[in-house]
Design a protein around this ligand. Structure first.
Ligand SMILES: O=C(CO)COP(=O)(O)O
Length: 267
């Protein structure tokens, strides 16, 4: 089954709503460049909550093909939960995706697989696609435990979804040691874990789920290293942090099929 490649830019806590409009406009101009076939890839931006309304207005008004999503969602449907943003609010803003379980939330907000799973269900019930993040820290990698560790996060985070639902989900493998460090995993490192994730999903949910599920790699992805990563069979796209704030870099990542791998021996 052909899976549409997905390039998602996680802006994290960067850019106010005015800066967001400028970046999305520049990105739209880049994607309109007819010298490249950007139609091969689904392009998604994931701005802070406070930018979403402005991004929605721009995307709707200019009929852009760029999709957008949120960086988190509440497990609650609404009510007396100060500071929470619900799935209903996000879908009303036109979000297509919701990132759940990013390692920065697991680390700084003590998010467990159980909570991540509940958020993924909320996103899906709200009509949005969860991008479920998993990945090991440096100690786990050095101990050689990265595959079982990540698979246990996958098991916990995907609990309770039907095979049909899993087929439409996105999982992002982001080794924590490669995030924001410039330490990109080698294409083989990415493939090792991404293929293990797909095989686990095949065992638990069957062929349809495994073949439909899109698995992204994230961690220091740049235009210079995306080509090698995207050549791997089980990598269906990238979740990009820092480089998604620079339109030239992100534009380069979105035309990954034409980017030579300039990363050398990576790590
Ligand atoms: O955390 C990430 C995306 O969610 C990756 O961040 P960097 O691309 O800045 O390493």
């Amino acid at each position: 089954m052909a899976r549409t490649p997905l390039m998602a830019g996680n802006w994290k806590a960067n850019l106010n709503h005015q800066e967001a409009v400028v970046l999305v406009q520049k990105l739209a101009w880049t994607l309109a460049d007819k010298r490249h076939d950007y139609g091969k890839v689904e392009v998604v931006v994931v701005p802070p909550f406070t930018d979403l309304r402005s991004v929605q207005t721009l995307v709707d008004g200019d009929r852009l093909s760029i999709r957008y999503g949120a960086q988190d969602v509440s497990v609650h449907d609404g009510g007396a939960y100060t500071g929470e943003i619900t799935a209903g609010m996000l879908s009303k803003l036109g979000c297509s995706y919701v990132v759940v379980g990013h390692s920065e939330r697991r680390m700084y907000h003590n998010e467990s697989d159980e909570l991540v799973n509940a958020k993924a269900h909320q996103a899906l019930h709200g009509g949005m696609t969860p991008i479920v993040c998993v990945g090991e820290g440096l100690d786990t990698r050095q101990a050689g435990e990265h595959v079982p560790f990540t698979l246990s996060q996958v098991d916990g985070s995907l609990d309770g979804f039907t095979a049909e639902q899993v087929a439409g989900l996105v999982v992002a493998y982001e080794p924590v040691w490669a995030i924001g460090t410039g330490e990109v995993a080698t294409p083989d490192d990415a493939q090792e874990v991404c293929s293990a994730i797909r095989e686990r999903v095949r065992e638990v949910h069957g062929d349809g789920a495994a073949d439909g599920l899109r698995i992204l790699y994230g961690g220091s992805v740049k235009a210079a290293n995306v080509g090698g990563i995207m050549e791997k069979a089980d990598v269906d796209g990238c979740l990009v942090g820092g480089a998604s704030l620079q339109v030239d870099e992100f534009g380069g990542i979105c035309r990954y099929y034409s980017m030579p791998d300039l990363s050398g021996s990576a790590r």
